[in-house]
Design a protein around this ligand. Sequence first.
Ligand SMILES: [Cu+2]
Length: 162
Amino acid sequence: MTRYLALLAAAFALATSATAHDYMQGDIHIMKPWSRPLPAVSVNGAAYMTIMNKGSAPDRLVSVSTPAAKKAELHNHIMEGGLMKMRPVGVVEVTPGDPSVLQPGGLHIMLMGLSQPLVEGNSFPLTLNFERAGSIEVEVMIFQPEETGDGHMKHDKKKEGG
Ligand SMILES: [Cu+2]
């Protein structure tokens, strides 16, 4: 009986940590940091999340770092001559009442020079440095997102050259 209860408690803790995957520090609220699983041969990856500012003063995400990659950069996708291209951005503005959504095809955290394969079900730590809220460490969950079918995530891989 005691053993059963212990197992139940462990299962509950696991379920809770998997669903409540949010982080709060100061006015900053970070929701569901995630990354796509990638084969071991992949050099670069990307991390996504939603960042909300619950305060009244604007904040800015100024840099990121992770032991999972040699270098982590803030990137955006822009259309240039009919092609989607990635460009580093200096900072990500986090405006009160206007969530900053990092997602495939848009703003993202570029992981350059992966130090480990991104295996589905695993996770890795990522530190986000904000101008006002300071440093926030989150755990990035690795999973394959369900296809949403809205089409805006699509890349033209032939034109982009990979
Ligand atoms: Cu990028």
